[in-house]
Design a protein around this ligand. Structure first.
Ligand SMILES: [Zn+2]
Length: 271
């Protein structure tokens, strides 16, 4: 599943090709994504200029004077830039053509992704209005986590994966950030000191930034290539390493299920 660093890398990969262009055509080859691609999209977006491209959580936003296109990559989605005459690949469901002679295609085999259109203020859209702060922003800090977690019995791992608390810390990064902070994934969020939250914030930001930096080396893949940044090349210290030695103390790592998600940690280093 594309996590926040991949979505950020996608944004950077496509921006130069899409920003300040005018949409000449939209081909909706299969509208049956997570929600149907709205009928009015082609009518409303054709002829509009893309004046800004942003990311909010894992949503990509193409902003025009008339409204905003909201794109989510779901479980298996990717975007790539091609020449419009390029034959379609299987699962390329939506295509945007621009006046610079390029086309952007959404490929999504599992069709959990979304392409939506809104004319209202984007921050109050139902999909976006309850989202917590961006993890790389200053709003995501120890005092926020400390305040939100008081009296909460929920496991810290599930707490930091809750998009109302902070967006974009998916399963892989939650595993890694907790290991780097020495915090047991099952510890009750309300029983963690502000000092430990400080460490967790610093490590979460560091790990996400590192992943984005890594993604930056794959930007060329968005043009003609797979549209998939090679973020799995990033070195993961606990995720997917069940039974292998801890990189700090060499004890074999343990795997449990938390919220039905694979959770790998060191029983010695994480308390
Ligand atoms: Zn260890």
């Amino acid at each position: 599943m594309p996590e926040l660093p991949e979505v950020e890398t996608t944004l950077r990969g496509i921006s130069a090709h899409v920003l300040n262009t005018t949409v000449t055509r939209i081909n909706i080859r299969n509208p049956k994504l997570r929600w149907p691609v709205p009928d009015e999209l082609a009518r409303q977006l054709t002829g509009q200029s893309i004046i800004d491209i942003k990311r909010r959580a894992k949503y990509l936003l193409f902003i025009t004077h008339q409204g905003t296109v909201i794109i989510h990559l779901g479980m298996s989605g990717s975007l790539k830039i091609v020449a419009p005459e390029t034959p379609y690949d299987k699962h390329e469901h939506v295509e945007f053509c621009f006046d610079n002679g390029k086309a952007l295609r959404l490929k999504d085999p599992r069709r959990f992704g979304a392409v939506l259109w809104t004319t209202g203020p984007i921050e109050s859209h139902p999909l976006l209005k309850h989202l917590g702060p961006e993890p790389l922003s200053d709003e995501f800090n120890a005092s926020l986590l400390y305040k939100l977690s008081r009296n909460k019995k929920v496991a810290i791992k599930q707490f930091i994966m809750d998009s109302k608390v902070v967006v974009g810390i998916g399963n892989i990064y939650a595993n890694e950030a907790l290991f780097a902070s020495g915090i047991h994934p099952r510890r009750a969020a309300g029983k963690i000191s502000q000092k430990r939250y400080q460490k967790l914030c610093i490590e979460s930001k560091r790990i996400l930034e590192q992943a984005i930096l890594q993604g930056g080396t794959t930007l060329k893949d968005f043009v003609g290539g797979t549209g998939k940044p090679g973020y799995f090349k990033q070195e993961l210290l606990v995720y997917g390493r069940k039974g292998l030695p801890c990189t700090q103390c060499h004890k074999p790592l343990k795997e449990i299920r938390l919220g039905n998600r694979s959770t790998v940690y060191c029983t010695r280093c994480q308390t």
